[in-house]
Design a binder for this molecule. Sequence first.
Ligand SMILES: [Zn+2]
Ligand SMILES: [Zn+2]
Length: 307
Amino acid sequence: MEPTGTSVKGTDVDRRQTRTVMSGTTASCSHCSKQLSALQRCSRCKQASYCGAACQHAAWKGHKKTCVTLNDVIEKVNAAAANGIWREVIKWEGRSQEMMENRPDAGCENVLQVFAKAQMGGLNETGNSTHALSVVGLEKRRVEVLGRMQRFRDQGDAMCNIGDHLVMLRRRQESSLYFQRARNLGQAHGFLSIECTSCLGLGRLAMAEGRTQEGLDLLRNALVCAPLSEGDHIVLELRVLQCFTDALFRTHAIDEVELMISRYREAATAKSDTYFVLHSLYVSARLHEVSFFFVTLEPRVKWYTSL
Ligand SMILES: [Zn+2]
Ligand SMILES: [Zn+2]
């Protein structure tokens, strides 16, 4: 349909971009609420719809306060994210949903990622599972966008992140599907970090469901891939070792724990990561049946106090 000018003189609404959209729907005019089959959307924000120029003109004085473009949102979101304020970032999430729907490009991917990180920040701080649910939703959309952009490594990482958060939500079956998808993708492209992370996820699921042998095999495979991975391979190795040593204790494979322990402590020390240094010490203590008690204010290591 030809654009019919809904631009208004004296405003910064750009007539050239104004489109007639939503033909055949029952949406209503943002100003007069009239139900019409063909509405015109505000060319800036693509959020407000009008029956015609007169209504757009009349509504502009009020509408301009909330009329933001995706670029405006990206700017505000990035500023909030740079200051690490996850609450502030999440505030913008609702506003940008519809705007992003029609623009599956690099800008959207960037915003989706910032939102996902903010939701993970919220999850860390509050432990509220609604944040995990949001991460899953955002990452699912990112997986689609990244696929179109052919950024397969990032796509695999996002799939694993979905898997991890589905585990938190106790949706194991769906989680397993995402880890499996990631693993297939990692194998197809030769991404060892994806192979490692997906095997870690699948291995943990297998252990949790009592498929011990399968779990151990998957974790062993993850451990082989970890040092060969692209990116921060020490962190990957630590994540696998934490899970693997725990699995070995559960199967009473104490000899193998003994073989792992120096590798574990070396990696933890190399990374100077308090959490993993403590955990590797805890594994040593458990191996030698020495009691281990550690009190810390750091939230990540809270669980040591209960051992
Ligand atoms: Zn109207
Ligand atoms: Zn607008």
